[in-house]
Ligand binder design. Structure first.
Ligand code: FAD
Length: 340
């Protein structure tokens, strides 16, 4: 079924809580509906949204916003260790994680409580606590808006990287709409606890280590650190962690004036530096600029601090952070959030 609403307010459709609207909002609940749509007649441009938790609308959207209400979860037992789960793109990602953990399946538990819907998470290759979407996906089913056909991408064809995939390439922008995802989970894989205090949290809870107990530990850590989208508007990490060559990393070392600089060595001699550390060093942690602010417990997260921040206030704070970090460390932070 397809539902259409003109002049639709998007405030409840973006976790930043921006009070903006679109010319037309279209929701559908099957892949077949997409083939039936009169694409030519839709106001342009066209934007597909999920939970709106990785978007910053900078004003009213003049075109069509599409949203999937394809919400099914199916288990296919492969015998032995593996279980496949086919999940509709409109399923809330954390509901899928909960279902997998409830079924004692390993693989998704570290990704607990990441906001958003399954379709967008396939585009974004979401990650947390040493796990990424790419580790558990077997295939991504899409509607190709250029040909009107169903296209299935096997995991290697998705070209997953850090918050990146083939679906984000400029030449594919807006082309593929994810309609469902095939996950491969395991009865035996076992826990990955080496990141972000997860091991200590699981041990502190006591009892057997299960997908559900790891999920509970992740929920506790995330709730303590990140704003709850129901209470404080944000889009999670606003910037990507910069990946630098040795020369640019040494500029940071000299600007840090003897302080220890947290970093991760990557293959090929590159170095990843936490953007949160760079932002904190520039004094932005917990700052307020009008309605916008930086979350006091995690400086990578820009927030709608007043609850009624305007898009231009968030954009101005973003620009200020980029300029100050660039002036001090010679690094240009890039948004992880999609700015519309
Ligand atoms: C408090 C908070 C914490 C967060 N923590 C994390 C974290 O730990 N790790 C992490 O990786 N991310 C995190 N995020 C970011 C966010 O959860 C992810 O980027 C998530 O994948 C966004 O999903 P969404 O459904 O809200 O997508 P949206 O924001 O609605 O859209 C994101 C992008 O996907 C496209 N898109 C949406 N649906 C489809 C579809 N069906 N087909 C094709 N394209 C589509 C959109 O056009 C857009 O380009 C966090 C966000 C918040 C608010």
């Amino acid at each position: 079924m397809i539902t259409r609403t003109e002049n639709y307010n998007l405030r409840s459709r973006n976790t930043f809580g921006m009070d903006v609207s679109c010319a037309l909002f279209v929701e559908y609940d099957s892949a077949g509906d997409l083939a039936q749509l009169d694409w030519e007649a839709l106001p342009k441009p066209i934007l597909h949204v999920g939970g709106g938790s990785n978007l910053l609308f900078t004003g009213d959207f003049p075109g069509t916003v599409l949203h999937s209400a394809i919400r099914y979860v199916k288990f296919v037992d492969m015998g032995l260790d593996d279980v496949l789960m086919t999940v509709g793109a409109g399923v809330v990602f954390d509901e899928f994680v909960q279902r997998a953990c409830d079924a004692s399946l390993w693989g998704a538990e570290n990704l607990s409580l990441i906001p958003g819907e399954v379709g967008a998470c396939a585009v974004q290759n979401v990650g947390a606590y040493g796990a990424e979407f790419k580790d558990i996906v077997s295939g991504v089913v899409c509607f190709d808006t250029h040909t009107g056909d169903k296209t299935v991408f096997k995991q290697p064809e998705c070209a997953y990287g850090y918050r990146d995939s083939i679906f984000k390439r400029p030449e594919n922008k807006g082309r593929y709409i994810v309609t469902s995802v095939l996950f491969r989970l395991s009865r035996r894989r076992g826990p990955r606890l080496e990141y972000g205090g997860l091991k200590a949290a699981v041990e502190a809870a006591g009892g057997p280590v299960t997908p559900l107990s790891v999920r509970e530990a992740v929920l506790g850590i995330r709730r303590a650190k990140l704003p709850d989208p129901a209470e404080t508007g944000s889009a999670g990490s606003f910037f990507k962690n910069p990946v630098l060559d040795r020369e640019r990393f040494s500029r940071i070392l000299s600007a840090a004036e003897g302080q220890e600089v947290p970093h991760y060595d990557l293959p090929g001699g590159m170095v990843k530096v936490p953007a949160a550390w760079l932002i904190e060093q520039c004094g932005f942690k917990g700052c307020r600029r009008g309605g916008a602010g930086v979350w006091p417990k995690q400086p990578l997260v820009l927030v709608n601090a007043s609850g009624s921040a305007r898009p231009d206030e968030i954009v101005a704070l973003k620009d200020e952070i980029v300029a100050v970090v660039r002036a001090r460390f010679g690094v240009t932070l890039e948004p992880e959030v999609v700015i519309v």
